[in-house]
Ligand binder design. Structure first.
Ligand SMILES: Cc1cc2nc3c(=O)[nH]c(=O)nc-3n(C[C@H](O)[C@H](O)[C@H](O)COP(=O)(O)O)c2cc1C
Length: 382
């Protein structure tokens, strides 16, 4: 058995090496934004600012929670925070359990606020910890540790089931989340970690007051796979619980999860994430109905080329996203919701089997948040 602290480091090492994606995809390859060859603006009129969970971001991007809790992770968080501050995008930290259990490690998290005094920063705790007794007090400590603007609660049942030290206790989690919604001074973001939220989960959580979701779908970093790889290295080649094809095939693909989320929730903030790798992927999840796109592992891998590599990567994806908005004829991120969009093949089939009529979704439902924000008077929005 390893400590929480050591586990944090081995996660970073395994993900940095690559090969942690599952066999299937996000299904974003079944989405195409129609090219508009005659946009009636200039590129410098394209403005990527959005509101996300009540905070302004200069581009609709969040680097989602990854790390902290081992001395070696301090520099990673510092570098991620620098880039988040520079581009005014969002940044999550990894689970703060290690910093709560051992306050001597809190500095590995709090460095993000030092490096990015004005960025939108998201604290992080696990649902399993809530089930085991964490509550308002621990959440307040996590928020205070990094002066967070929001707190993410991660639902990571797949990961827990295949982690040697995993905790399978999830009872009482929704009631705990409801308590946090009522008591905490910042918004709660409920997130998955790469197996995807479902419309049933979103509806259940929205009913207890959650307004921000990170769907973290299948197709990117896969935590069943990561934990199986880790377990094999400590158990001489055989994982404590071998996952079989669950490591390759289990999860709600990102594209499906975004549409499901928006189909049941008009007014919530939705972060589309899980397997997004460039600006076009981000444009696609937004066009499907998300407010913004999130990514984790690509930022870590870009950082392997140093702070400059991460900076270049971020500048590239922001420019790609801007290009996608411009080449669909828009000037605002929300114009992607109105852009002609094609959805076909397996994505369309899966959505129809999940009860989403894709035609009415694309023509009407995905515009509902714009109508909602403008008080039902039209579709001029954010
Ligand atoms: C090294 C690493 C550590 C992570 N640790 C956490 C964590 O502590 N808490 C959490 O909510 N998500 C964690 N995640 C999950 C990410 O936030 C994200 O949901 C997931 O990796 C899918 O996105 P991706 O395909 O862009 O990597 C971690 C991801 C990575 C790559």
């Amino acid at each position: 058995m390893t400590t929480t602290e050591d586990r944090k480091l081995s996660h970073i090492n395994i993900v940095s090496k690559g090969g942690v994606e599952p066999a299937g995809s996000t299904l974003l390859e079944y989405v195409r934004l129609v090219h508009n060859p005659a946009p009636e603006h200039n590129l410098d009129e394209v403005d990527l600012h959005i509101d996300f969970c009540g905070h302004e971001l200069a581009a609709p991007i969040v680097i989602t929670g990854m790390t902290g809790g081992h001395p070696a992770t301090r520099d990673i968080n510092a570098a991620l925070a620098k880039v988040a501050g520079k581009y005014s995008i969002g940044l999550g930290v990894g689970s703060q359990r290690a910093g709560i259990e051992n306050p001597d490690l809190a500095y590995t998290f709090s460095v993000v606020r030092e490096e990015a005094p004005n960025a939108f920063i998201i604290a992080n705790l696990g649902a399993a910890q809530l089930s085991r007794g964490y509550g308002v007090e621990e959440a307040l400590r996590a928020i205070e540790m990094i002066k967070a603007n929001a707190i993410a609660i991660h639902l990571n049942i797949g990961q827990e089931l295949f982690q040697d030290e995993g905790d399978n206790s999830f009872s009482n989690v929704i009631a705990k989340i409801e308590e946090l919604v009522e008591e905490l001074p910042v918004p709660i973001v409920v997130k998955e970690v790469g197996t995807g939220l479902s419309k049933e989960a979103i509806a259940r959580l929205e009913a207890v007051g959650v307004k921000c979701f990170d769907i973290a779908g299948y197709g990117g970093t896969n935590w069943i796979k990561v934990e199986a790889l880790r377990s094999r290295t400590v158990n001489r080649g055989r994982a404590l619980h071998e996952p079989g094809s669950l490591a390759e095939l289990w999860g709600n693909p990102t594209a499906v999860a975004v549409v499901e989320a928006r189909s049941v929730s008009q007014s919530s903030y939705i972060l589309g994430s899980g397997g997004l790798r460039d600006g076009l992927d981000i444009a696609k999840v937004i066009a499907l109905g998300a407010n913004a796109g999130g990514l984790a592992a690509p930022a870590l891998r870009a950082l392997s080329q140093g702070a400059e590599g991460l900076d270049r990567y971020m500048a590239d994806i922001i420019y790609q996203l801007k290009a996608a908005v411009f080449m669909t004829g828009g000037t605002r991120v929300s114009d992607l919701w109105r852009a002609p969009l094609l959805v076909w093949g397996r994505l369309r089939e899966e959505l129809e089997l999940r009860g989403v009529d894709i035609r009415s979704y694309l023509n009407y439902q995905r515009l509902l948040p714009l109508m909602w924000r403008s008080g039902g008077r039209g579709v001029q929005g954010t």
